[in-house]
Design a protein around this ligand. Structure first.
Ligand code: URA
Length: 432
């Protein structure tokens, strides 16, 4: 087999066989196929797409390019969830303890943030002492003991995706449904859970711009999951404004704690409830969503979900004094309010711009070697549809370094005002 023929086939719209896809992924992973040939094939895939069969073969070849987790020594159904990436998306921090306190088992591997989106692992690391690297046996015994563990993805999980994603990032080949679906699902399948809930985001801060595109991506991923005998479901959710108020690592942990105590932002709390109800049904802890919702609401009201969060933080070496007293979490040197200068209804918020601004403060990474500052970020108090007066605080900027005029200008221009409220934003467009 020759890689040049495989590239030519994809260029000419000929469906690739399982063997051809396997040959490419093996050669890419062991370094025998150079980046320029993989890049060319990636672009042909972006332009000509892939059939469902090709996408499934690609996912399986990627999944088996490294270690595949064996969670069979954890009793019962193991649930997992994945968000396609958003601004202020701290869902796993609250959702994990919520579902675990209701009896589901979550053994989760998460990623770090890159660009305008954050990563669960960086957020957890803002808790002093918290370790995201556990041995396989500690990971498994923690889930057997307290039903919850979240660790960083090991370097040996889907190495093909690391190579491919780095290439896609610099060759304009990220936005492709088969490439995104196989990238996400290869990692989810290799992580070993029995059920997968996908939170597929659309809008300004997401890969997919519209609910229709997001649904297409969700359906591609559900098809892959079902073929692998995993109960796979999806929510299509809005990312045209940040989720909750907080963007930035310690700020997001604080917001997750408030949510677990029943005092979280309405949109974020609702997303956690909706996701949790699906997951409790997937875990067969509840037979219907109404019962699951009630169980989750009770877990917040009784304090069980918050106690589970503390148990989880303690098990991974984190300082639970910071959870009981969130004011002890890392704090920035300065907090500067951004005041509103134009009265009216907020009709749009550029989530991507807010994510980039938070990244520039040090809350995220421009390149994968950048070091994160856990304390900094933004608290964005206003939502689309809110009426704002002159001098209302739009955002509190938590920062350590000086703020340039350009930074303030970029932040202010993230909000658009009008005399009339625009279309109300539906957080959850669809559940599949
Ligand atoms: N997230 C991933 O893991 N891969 C993609 O291709 C896009 C989002």
């Amino acid at each position: 087999m020759r890689i040049i023929e495989i590239i030519a086939n994809k260029r000419d719209g000929i469906e690739l066989s399982e063997e051809e896809i396997q040959y490419w992924i093996t050669g890419l992973t062991n370094g025998e196929i150079p980046d320029y040939q993989s890049s060319s094939l990636l672009m042909a895939i972006v332009l000509n797409g892939m059939t469902d069969m090709e996408t499934t073969h690609l996912t399986m070849a990627m999944m088996h390019s490294g270690d595949v987790m064996d969670l069979s020594t954890i009793e019962g159904i193991k649930v997992d969830k994945h968000s396609t990436g958003g601004v202020g998306d701290k869902t796993s921090l609250a959702l994990g303890p919520m579902v675990a306190s209701c009896g589901a088992k979550m053994a989760k591997m998460s990623g770090r943030g890159l660009g305008h989106t954050g990563g669960t692992i960086d957020k957890l690391e803002s808790i002093p002492g918290f370790s995201v690297t556990l041995s396989q046996s500690d990971f498994i015994s923690q889930v057997n003991r307290i039903s919850l563990s979240i660790v960083g993805q090991t370097g040996t999980l889907v190495p093909a995706d690391k190579i491919l994603y780095a290439l896609r990032d610099v060759t304009g080949t990220v936005p492709s449904i088969p490439l995104i679906a196989s990238s996400i699902m290869s990692k989810k399948l290799a992580a070993g859970a029995n059920t997968i809930l996908l939170d597929v985001k659309y809008g300004d801060g997401a890969f997919m711009q519209t609910p229709v595109q997001a649904e297409k991506l969700a359906k591609a991923m559900i098809a892959i999951g079902e073929l692998s005998q995993r109960d796979t479901r999806a929510m299509i959710t809005d990312m045209n404004q940040p989720l909750g108020f907080a963007i930035g690592n310690a700020l997001e942990v604080k917001e997750a704690i408030a949510t677990l105590k029943g005092n979280g932002p309405q949109d974020f709390t609702e997303l956690c409830y909706q996701a949790g109800t699906i997951m409790l049904v997937q875990a067969k802890v509840c037979t219907d969503r109404a019962d699951a919702r009630k169980r989750l609401e009770d877990s917040i009201a009784s304090g069980a979900a918050f106690e589970k969060f503390k148990e989880f933080v303690a098990a991974q070496g984190g300082d639970i004094d910071c959870i009981d007293h969130p004011e002890k979490l890392p704090k920035s040197k300065n907090v500067t309010p951004l005041l509103n200068r134009e009265e009216g209804y907020i009709t749009s918020i550029k989530a991507t711009q807010l994510g980039i601004s938070a990244m520039k403060l040090g809350a995220g990474r421009q390149t994968k070697d950048d070091v994160i500052n856990p304390a900094v970020g933004l608290l964005v108090y206003k939502k689309i549809g809110d009426y704002v007066n002159i001098d209302d605080v739009l955002v509190d900027i938590h920062h350590d370094s000086e703020l340039s005029d350009e930074f303030i200008q970029d932040l202010s221009s993230s909000f658009t005002m009008a005399n009339q409220p625009g279309q109300p934003v539906e957080l959850i467009a669809k559940i599949l």
